[in-house]
Write a protein that binds this ligand. Sequence first.
Ligand code: GUN
Length: 284
Amino acid sequence: MELIDGKALSASVKLQLKERVAALETEYGRKPCLAVIIVGENPASQSYVRGKIKACAFVGMDSRLIELPESVSQEDLLAKIAELNADDAVDGLLVQLPLPKHIDEDAVIDAISVEKDVDGFHPGNVAALWLGKPCMVPCTPKGVMMMIESTGVPVAGKKAVVIGRSNIVGKPVAKLLLDANATVTIAHSRTADLPAVCREADILVVAIGRPKFVAADMVKPGAVVIDVGINRQADGTLCGDVDFDAVAPLTSHITPVPGGVGPMTITVLMSNTVDCFIRRMNKQ
Ligand code: GUN
């Protein structure tokens, strides 16, 4: 078994991005800039957002953090998005999810300019992804693919099983695996005999948000296992959706939690912001 070291991979990609950002600044006279809106005080969201802002500083990009109170009206949030959409100094814009119950998440995602949608959540980008057109690819799914690539295990022709069907991870990761010519199954809470379905997988991607859900009897010996879950346990430590201690010895490659998919997600966000910057610069 080999660990897929998300921290190391992410660090090396960030170093490359740092050089690229410096060159872009020389070429275009300014740095790429990411704006991040956070609503309320969800501790997990605050921690993710801090990580995003810190990563911008590391790669030498500008960032703007817009903190809005839990009580903010949808109207005021949409007005802030419109302002940042129109701001030429902002290249990428994201609203950290989840949002408070009184705000319609779809309306918020729809309001973000497709050109600045570094999360790849806007329907315009989702449609482009599924049509195979150029688009912003969601960060976690793209990070998952980079981690699979880093193993050197070929994806084409392999059986891939994705557990989870969210718009943020499950569905886009399935499309990326399909693009890489895997034979893809999307499994979920209603899948009949889930262990048997998972045991077929040469590549198993788990994104269901249930701590240590994937047990040893759900994994084919020699499989590549990517664990997207980040769950906080009663003792305050983090664990994934995979029972790592039981499953890891069976696998050819597996991601740890923490230190697996999490760091890659933020790194891809940096890379998506750079891509938005370049596209915007070349349009002007
Ligand atoms: N909440 C959990 N994951 C994400 C993500 O990738 N982007 C945003 N905006 N919110 C999230």
